[in-house]
Design a protein around this ligand. Structure first.
Ligand SMILES: Nc1ncnc2c1ncn2[C@@H]1O[C@H](COP(=O)(O)OP(=O)(O)O)[C@@H](O)[C@H]1O
Ligand SMILES: [Mg+2]
Length: 303
């Protein structure tokens, strides 16, 4: 029998959750109620949303995260499997995280998060995913997970010579080691401030924040400039991806889609400018949808 080794893919380490997305016309006042215009219940969490986006853009994807042993955990993993994700390295324990995303007609969202401690990754969970690491060329780490799990993931990726991509911010002693291990870092504005103490309120400030992260050993950094766009900075240049004029239904998941576009671009050898444009197109498509789940199949690059 002839067997071929699987094509290496992108390993995503991050949150798996049940998403409940509700769209309302207006917020109810305290003690009041509001009719729900639209309701969606689905696989969510940053890890899963990034993984789905990467798969839609054409990458084989391996997901490392925690789903509960409850019915919600089975439902979200069934969906992840149907979405084409490899979920063999997902840990099952406890109760599945629940994210309630309520969005009004103006695209303003309020997020309520029930994230049980047992739904967070441990270093042991990541070590137990070693076989999945062996099948990846790129590892995306979501910095909302606990530092021991992130350090384990970064070290395992480094030991295998894989590309390391960070999303978010971390304010702990693990920060310097994670930045030293990373090739790419993406931060929204609040995360950039937490990571660098610089609020990226304009392009100059975003460049300063990015430069601080580049100085820590990272090759390419993306920072959100609120109301303007995302600034992508590397040693020899920078590129601002403007937000454009798309109608924002719900910004949730746009950062995760941005990260996926950037990862796909860099992985296929795009220039930083091209990868940034690809990332911006993925984010623009995602802000126009309710909930954090992307729909990027049309943006999948030709082989
Ligand atoms: N109108 C818009 N068009 C395109 N991208 C947008 C728009 N508004 C916001 N964004 C981008 O959406 C992203 C939101 O990131 P983030 O806060 O990390 O969201 P999440 O973690 O839910 O994915 C940022 O990169 C921001 O620049
Ligand atoms: Mg984000």
């Amino acid at each position: 029998m002839r067997t071929t080794a699987p094509v290496p893919g992108v390993l995503v380490i991050g949150q798996i959750a049940r998403d409940l997305v509700l769209q309302v016309e207006d917020w109810p006042s305290a003690g009041g109620s509001a009719p729900v215009l639209e309701r969606r219940e689905m696989l969510g969490g940053k890890g899963a949303n990034q993984a789905v986006a990467l798969h839609q853009l054409g990458a084989p994807v391996l997901l490392v995260g925690v789903a509960g042993t409850d019915a919600a955990g089975t439902a979200v993993l069934d969906q992840a499997h149907a979405d084409g994700l490899d979920v063999t390295a997902v840990t099952r324990r406890g109760e599945t995280a629940l994210l309630v995303d309520v969005v009004d007609r103006d695209g303003t969202r309020r997020l309520m998060e029930h994230v049980p401690v047992e739904s967070l990754l441990t270093a042991q969970d990541v070590h137990e995913a070693a076989i999945a690491f062996d099948r990846a060329d790129t590892v995306c780490l979501q910095l909302q997970q606990p530092a021991p799990a992130l350090l384990a993931g970064a070290r395992m990726a480094r030991a295998r010579g894989q590309r390391v991509i960070l999303d978010g911010a971390i304010d702990s002693p693990a920060r310097d080691e994670l930045l030293a291990a990373a090739d790419v870092v993406r931060m929204d504005a609040a995360e950039a401030q937490l990571m660098t103490d610089i609020a990226p309120q304009d392009r100059d400030a975003a460049r300063q924040a990015a430069q601080q992260v580049l100085d820590a050993g990272v090759r390419l950094v993306a920072v959100t400039v609120p109301e303007e766009g995302d600034l992508v900075v590397w040693a020899e240049g920078e590129h601002l991806v403007p937000h454009g004029t798309a109608h924002v239904v719900d910004p949730t998941g746009a950062g995760d889609a941005f990260l996926a576009g950037l990862t796909i671009g860099l992985r296929r050898g795009d220039s930083p400018q091209e990868a940034a444009r690809r990332a911006g197109a993925a984010a623009t498509a995602t802000v126009q949808r309710l909930g954090g789940r992307p729909d990027l199949g049309a943006q999948r690059p030709a082989e």
